[in-house]
Write a protein that binds this ligand. Sequence first.
Ligand SMILES: Cc1ncc(COP(=O)(O)O)c(C=O)c1O
Length: 383
Amino acid sequence: MEDKGIPREQIFRMIRKYKEKDLTHLSGRILGSMCTFPHPVGVEAYLMFLESNMGDPGLFPGTKAIEDEVITILGELLGKRDVFGHIITGGTEANLMAMRAARNYRRVENPEIIVPKSAHFSFRKAADILCLKLNKADLNDDYRVKLTSVENLISDNTVAMVGVAGTTEMGKVDPIEELSDICLENNIYLHVDAAFGGYTIPFLKEAGFDLPKFDFSLQGVSSITIDPHKMGLAPIPTGGVLFREKKYLESMAIETPYLTEDMQSTMVGTRSGAAAAATWALLKHLGKDGYRKIAVECMELTYFLADGIKKAGFELVTPPQLNIVAFRSKNISVNEIARHLEDKGWAISMASYPDSIRIIVMPHLKREHIEEFLADLELINED
Ligand SMILES: Cc1ncc(COP(=O)(O)O)c(C=O)c1O
């Protein structure tokens, strides 16, 4: 650390050099991330509330009112207006909170959870932190969880079951309605990880897409993860967790002697109010029409990409259900395809089950980016 401070202009000249090394979403080169360029209205609201700490809400009653309103709006979007929850850092924290609530609520010795093999690795973190045994259920050929496998894993110690609405690698929606029935029958807590699909499935359904039920309209669903910083276009870090009943939040509540609230249920203490403000501003600004348009455009581009991939001589792992396309080749290894694409400057990502290239068609991607990508993909097969 320097003894003497550096003038402002010089600081920004210096720091810009680091920024120039980063990729940008708007370049259209980032094809393997669930994050996107944040919407300017969300950014403006975020900046306005930088000093708000939701860890001490009595100091910021205005921001707290915003968070409460956001939770109600998201609940309404997901089938139940009177839900309880928080705006937090992202899907990992939301899944961790949901697993903690389920564990604390049941309080059994040697608790276990059942997650699909496709579940995000945040459940492994949750299992590690919360000392839960993680049981992984098999998938069907369509990469959605196999119900018989789920049922076989149920034990007296099962404190939670997880279904995913928009799996990380394939973008699939698990049969949540059937999981809900199984959970009701066995008195098990069902958490739906809709970190990715929560901001699209409701709008796509309205637009006529054939997608299954996945939300609080199903009586067995106890909690839902929904991430504004993915398809909600909010700045990072902005996640959301919603609970059907207050008792789940209460099962995690810890006394907070020196703060303006008596009890706290979140994992973290000091917590950004800016995230809630950005989410509120975007829900109001874009409205249902805006989010529906974004979701439908992403799906149209997804179908265009999937079609182009097949025309370029590659095979889709599975037909896309949401805006994720996974593909591979009969003749070229996935690593080799990845190397060719990376050499051309594409930031793709790889799926592990099965090994494949995975493209997430986020709102920052436009048709010209996909056309350019497909042209490079065609060259691989010609080499
Ligand atoms: C389905 C799902 N859940 C949870 C997460 C974790 O979200 P975050 O990275 O915001 O913690 C992801 C991230 O990709 C995801 O795809």
